[in-house]
Write a protein that binds this ligand. Structure first.
Ligand code: PMP
Length: 359
């Protein structure tokens, strides 16, 4: 840290992204990316806009916004776009949480705490129940603004729109942000509620189900009033937040719905097969509705299994903490890779148990 860093940032603890390895080739199941490449339509669309890179993009991103609005059956003034959903969530914290403070689960997406600290926003966390589900009553009884991923991360457990509706109704004077990064893999979503509730923001991403994690495109759906608030932040920080290439890639990915549906189905099918295989091998696995599984073996150190897997060329993610430290979050990859994963983790857990849980 230099002597020049502003005082208020000196104690900031940055978000730590999952590893992007450079040392060797791994079976990479640690950052919830799609195992499938983007739709072929994406390459064509990106190539088609290279000749216009001397020009700034449309700061309204009207073409992409209209396509997203049509896809979700809302009007284009109910949509805005971000460089990944992280950028949208960042604006939501600044726009809606600064006065009210924030409320979110104790086990959830680690970035929420970082944004709260970055913007000096007071926050409270509510513990998940024993089965890792969220108790909506916690959020009905707080006046703070709310952010919840649905399905939650890293558990994959879904809250569901009936519970979200209860939270929205409990206090129409505060904003509720539902982070739907993984909703395409789930049995339902909250987008329809945006037409009914003026205090709801649903945040989405192209990173997982549309294979564009490297493209950095996200969006949100909310009442036109909330979208204007978010755009106020967008135009006050980075009006050209998506490059022409990213906007074109996102629009092309959206247009290839067949490819998207096929990939989502493959991932959900593989998730269920992998979950059963892990349970049969004696692992505890949550009922995830996301593109990852949350897994542990009772009595065996999660940290030790993680490092044994790494030695074997398999990367997974682990989050330190009293309730999460022995769990591994495992991205669902292609069927053949997950077959290999099940045999590697079973054998890794056996090795660890035999050598006394040493990391
Ligand atoms: N929300 C949740 C719950 C996530 O897990 C992630 C992925 N790290 C994001 C948001 C951000 O994803 P992106 O910025 O790639 O859209």
């Amino acid at each position: 840290m230099s002597i020049f860093l502003s005082e208020k940032y000196r104690s900031l603890k940055a978000y730590v992204p999952g590893e992007q390895p450079r040392d060797r080739k791994y079976l990479k199941l640690n950052t919830n990316e799609s195992p499938f490449p983007p739709s072929p339509a994406v390459a064509e669309a990106v190539a088609g806009c290279v000749g216009d890179l001397n020009l700034y993009p449309d700061p309204e991103y009207l073409s992409l916004r209209s396509a997203l609005a049509e896809f979700h059956g809302v009007t284009s003034d109910m949509v805005t776009v971000g460089a990944g959903s992280d950028e949208i969530l960042d604006w939501c914290f600044r726009a809606f949480f600064t006065d009210r403070g924030a409320a979110f689960p104790d086990v959830t997406y680690g970035f929420y705490k970082v944004w709260a600290d970055l913007y000096s926003i007071p926050y409270e966390t509510f513990p998940l129940m024993d089965d890792f589900s969220i108790d909506p009553a916690d959020y009905e009884n707080t006046s703070r603004a709310v952010v919840i991923p649905d399905p939650n991360a890293p558990t994959g457990v879904r809250l569901g729109s009936a519970a979200v509706e209860r939270i929205l109704r409990a206090d129409p004077g505060r904003v509720v942000v539902i982070d739907e990064a993984y909703a395409d893999f789930a049995s339902g979503d909250c987008v329809p509620l945006t037409k009914k509730y003026d205090n709801l923001v649903v945040v989405r991403t192209f990173s997982k189900s549309r294979s564009l994690a490297g493209g950095r495109a996200g969006y949100c759906i909310a009442s036109p009033e909330l979208i204007r608030d978010i755009d106020l932040l967008r135009f006050s920080s980075n009006p050209y937040n998506l490059s022409r290439m990213t906007a074109a890639a996102a629009e092309a990915a959206l247009s290839d719905n067949g490819y998207f549906e096929e990939n989502v189905k493959k991932i959900c099918d593989t998730r269920e097969i992998t979950k059963e295989a892990l349970r049969n091998a004696g692992f505890e696995v949550t009922d995830s509705e996301a593109n990852f599984l949350f897994v542990r073996k009772a009595g065996v150190s999660g940290a030790a299994i993680e490092s044994e897997l790494r030695r074997r060329g398999v990367l997974v993610r682990r989050f330190d903490g009293p309730r999460t430290g022995d769990f591994l979050r495992v991205t669902v990859g292609e069927a053949s890779d997950m077959k290999r994963f099940v045999s590697e983790i079973a054998s890794a857990a056996k090795t660890v148990a035999e050598t006394g849980n040493l990391v």
